[in-house]
Design a protein around this ligand. Structure first.
Ligand SMILES: C[S@@+](CC[C@H](N)C(=O)[O-])C[C@H]1O[C@@H](n2cnc3c(N)ncnc32)[C@H](O)[C@@H]1O
Length: 384
């Protein structure tokens, strides 16, 4: 596995000579280096892929979903098979850039998710499929359709699912979770939550079946099919330490006090990501409009909160993250906000009018440097 303190990881991004650097579009002069690259994403990866092999911790992509629309900033209408093949070929290029514990996250809608899943299973191997996230991308009801479509998907694949699971981060405790910790007995160790002291008896040892005697003398045995979490000696220690809770009146079944201050790990990410936690397409559009009231609205941005959550699960500060369908620059924004380096690739002119403008103040704020490169597009036979 790649050791992040290993000197093999460049402190500056290595960018191949074939990209021409636009010095006048350089942002910042010190700190960690990131790259904005204007060009066709396949061609860019063919040019710089060798330099980035196994160096990217997290890749997020939000490709056109092929929903037959022509947006202001890009077209989204290919034959289904052509769209799928192009995207699969692109993902093959991306896969080799991932570290052993790296992961690829792909946004996609209901119409294409199943076709894409089969292709990605082929590329990564079914054992490296991690999960499908359901993102509530709109809160309002769409009344013109038979069903109001309120969610999108994010497919998550790992270069190596075991390595990913070991290294991925948990989510910080949010206010909702923290509010579940109370202090009804004024314990000087602060707020706590009581959890069940009995567990399934499947793998129990004899020592886990015993009587717990409450301070009021009442004797408790585990319910049928269950055993105590701990041996009698351990429960005695915990009781002496005021870590077993028998209810306010002392008449309840014994439960374990779990203190907020002692919680080391965070929350295991769930697969349902509600709008009130990570934003909606609409909130993302409003944010772009707020930033650039003079620009033509960008139709399909993702909210920064959504991408920030992805990056925080999949990567750590200092890591390299990549988005090869950068759009309005959301992934780059989230990377800078979280102290990560990014490589953002976008073929449209909005890489200057939106991404560059959006990142300029952020690079100054977070003392990062963003180099701007261009790879002139070669016409491919399929596009000519
Ligand atoms: C759905 S948008 C991405 C939106 C982005 N996630 C955001 O938050 O703004 C897809 C973007 O991919 C770009 N794109 C499409 N094909 C591309 C290609 N072959 N190379 C580079 N960019 C491409 C489009 O120009 C468009 O900006």
């Amino acid at each position: 596995m790649l050791d992040r303190t290993d000197s093999a990881i460049p402190t500056e991004l290595i960018i191949s000579d074939c990209l021409s650097e636009r010095k006048k579009l350089l942002i910042g002069t010190s700190g960690q280096k990131s790259a904005l690259i204007k060009g066709h994403n396949d061609q860019v990866l063919d040019a710089i892929g060798d330099d980035l092999e196994q160096k990217v911790r997290c890749i997020y992509i939000d490709p056109p979903y092929n929903n037959m629309e022509n947006f202001e900033h890009y077209d989204d209408s290919d034959k289904h098979e052509v769209w799928l093949e192009k995207l699969s070929n692109h993902v093959r290029r991306l896969k080799r850039l991932l570290t052993t514990d790296g992961s690829l996250w792909v946004s996609i809608d209901d119409r294409q998710v199943h076709y894409l899943k089969v292709e990605l299973d082929r590329i990564f191997g079914r054992s490296n499929f991690v999960s499908t996230i359901v993102w509530e991308h709109r809160k309002t009801r769409e009344n013109r359709k038979a069903f109001s479509n309120n969610h999108e998907y994010i497919l998550v694949y790992a270069q190596n699912a075991t390595a990913f699971k070991k290294q991925r981060n948990q989510l910080p405790y949010n206010d909702e979770v923290k509010s579940r910790f109370k202090n009804p007995d004024n314990d000087p160790r602060g707020p706590w939550q009581s959890i069940s002291l009995n567990v399934q008896a499947g793998h129990a040892t004899k020592s886990q079946f015993h009587e717990i005697v409450a301070p009021n003398g009442r004797k408790h045995t585990p319910p049928s099919g269950r055993c105590w979490m701990y041996t009698a000696e351990r429960v005695q220690d915990l009781t002496a330490n005021d870590r077993i809770w028998f209810g306010k009146e002392g008449t309840g079944v014994p439960r374990l006090k779990r203190f907020l201050a002692e919680m080391k790990t965070g929350l295991t990410p769930q697969t349902l990501w509600p709008a009130n936690e990570v934003g909606t397409t609409d909130s993302a559009k409003k944010e772009i409009k707020r930033l650039f009231p003079d620009e033509i609205a960008f139709d399909t941005p993702k909210p920064v909160e959504l991408i920030s959550r992805i990056l925080n699960i999949a990567a750590d500060p200092g890591d390299i993250v990549l988005d090869s369908f950068l759009g309005s620059g959301t992934t780059a924004t989230a990377a800078l906000q979280n102290g990560m380096r990014f490589i953002g690739i976008e073929r449209g002119d909005h890489i200057v009018s939106l991404c560059h403008r959006r990142l300029k103040p952020l690079a100054a704020k977070y003392e990062a440097t963003v180099n701007f490169f261009v790879l002139p597009e070669k016409q491919t036979t399929e596009e000519s």
